[in-house]
Design a protein around this ligand. Structure first.
Ligand code: SF4
Ligand code: SF4
Length: 352
């Protein structure tokens, strides 16, 4: 079934050259159904346009979105993916996973005005005639759209990536590059529904009623995806979801069970590499210097935990020269140093 959309936001302007225009189209077919279907069309001597360069992959599940993005950046006028019918995948569900991933990226390409230039279809090994009809229709569609609007196309470069970090970074780089080459200027955030989001895309969602602002998630994140910023008397928490690999380390370490990693995507913050801010917590003022230093819920949490362990009295017995929960570290250090000096030199105390 064709997934063609006609909602392009950036105009695919037909050029004067369209009559003589012969599009260059990349097709990726699964080995077990569509490639055999294409082969059947060929051996049956069906008439087909010569504009497709067909690449055989074992399963459409092997098609990394990088392949599609890189082909478009390198100047392909269209990209066609063809796999087995649903329920017929040689690897059970490779085509379903692949199609969900494809639709996720197609939605972004629609924003850039490239949505009509990519498609995902299903062709079985026995459907040579369907392959011939689909490719003829696809080439006609691309001819009507004209040459790719991607400016200053690049040569194909090495796209080997050996881990999730490099893959996500490369996808980010390609989407930014494509949006720049197309002059795409997003005006407002574009959120994807969780069921539209491909695997590997999401970010932590924190429960503001549970979060105490303890920093544990920030300290453990291997990708520096969690952002914390102090704004006047509030501390705000957010995530750079272009960096988040949904590894769930922050979810595991949170002492309050305040984090759940949820599927999600927002195109504008992804392209700009800016954090999605989630919520703010009030800050506690230092009882000595009056500066804001820690989130209030964190100070309250510490006090409560120490009380529960019946350690509050022993802490009070220490006669510390500061209030333990409401004094910032710098003032604690200063006060301790002062009190040690006063023990060594009692005259200092008398001078105060
Ligand atoms: S680890 Fe949990 S409680 Fe601590 S700042 Fe992160 S979300 Fe909040
Ligand atoms: S899921 Fe992993 S990468 Fe994402 S914010 Fe949490 S720790 Fe960082």
């Amino acid at each position: 079934m064709s997934t063609t959309s006609h909602t392009s936001k950036v105009a695919n302007k037909p050029k004067d050259t369209k009559k003589s225009f012969e599009p260059r189209i990349l097709a990726m077919c699964c080995n077990w159904c569509s490639y055999a279907g294409a082969d059947l069309a060929g051996t049956s001597r069906m008439t087909m346009p010569p504009n497709l360069r067909v690449i055989r992959v074992n399963c459409t599940g092997r098609i990394d979105p990088l392949f599609i993005l890189q082909a478009l950046e390198a100047g392909a006028d269209g990209v066609l993916i063809s796999g087995c019918h649903e329920g017929d995948c040689h690897y059970v569900s490779g085509n379903i996973v692949s199609k969900k991933r494809f639709l996720f990226f197609k939605k972004m390409l629609e924003e850039f005005g490239l949505g009509d230039r990519v498609d995902f279809v299903h062709v079985s090994a026995a459907e040579g005639d369907k392959w011939a009809a689909i490719t003829t229709e696809f080439v006609e569609r691309i001819k009507k759209l004209g040459p790719t609007p991607v400016k200053n196309v690049t040569n194909l470069s090495d796209i080997s990536v050996d881990d999730d970090h490099s893959r996500k970074a490369r996808i980010h780089e390609l989407l930014v590059s494509l949006s720049n080459r197309l002059g795409y200027q997003p005006k407002k955030p574009l959120h994807f529904n969780p069921d539209e989001v491909a695997e590997g895309y999401g970010f932590p969602k924190r429960d503001p009623d549970k979060c105490i602002g303890c920093y544990a998630c920030y300290n453990v994140c291997p990708e520096d995806a969690i952002k914390i910023e102090d704004v006047q008397n509030k501390r705000r928490y957010g995530t750079l979801h272009a960096h988040c690999l949904v590894c769930k380390e922050c979810e595991k370490v949170c002492p309050q069970e305040a984090i759940v990693i949820s599927p999600g995507f927002e195109l504008l913050s992804f392209l700009l590499n800016e954090p999605l801010w989630e919520f703010e917590v009030p800050m506690q003022k230092c009882s000595e210097c009056g500066e804001y230093f820690n989130p209030k819920p964190f100070c309250e949490h510490l006090e409560k935990k120490i009380s529960e362990k019946k350690a509050k009295e022993s802490l009070e017995d220490l006669h510390l020269p500061f209030k333990p929960y409401t004094t910032c570290s710098a003032c604690k250090r200063k006060k301790l140093a002062q009190s040690v000096a006063e023990v060594a030199h009692p005259a200092l105390k008398r001078m105060k």
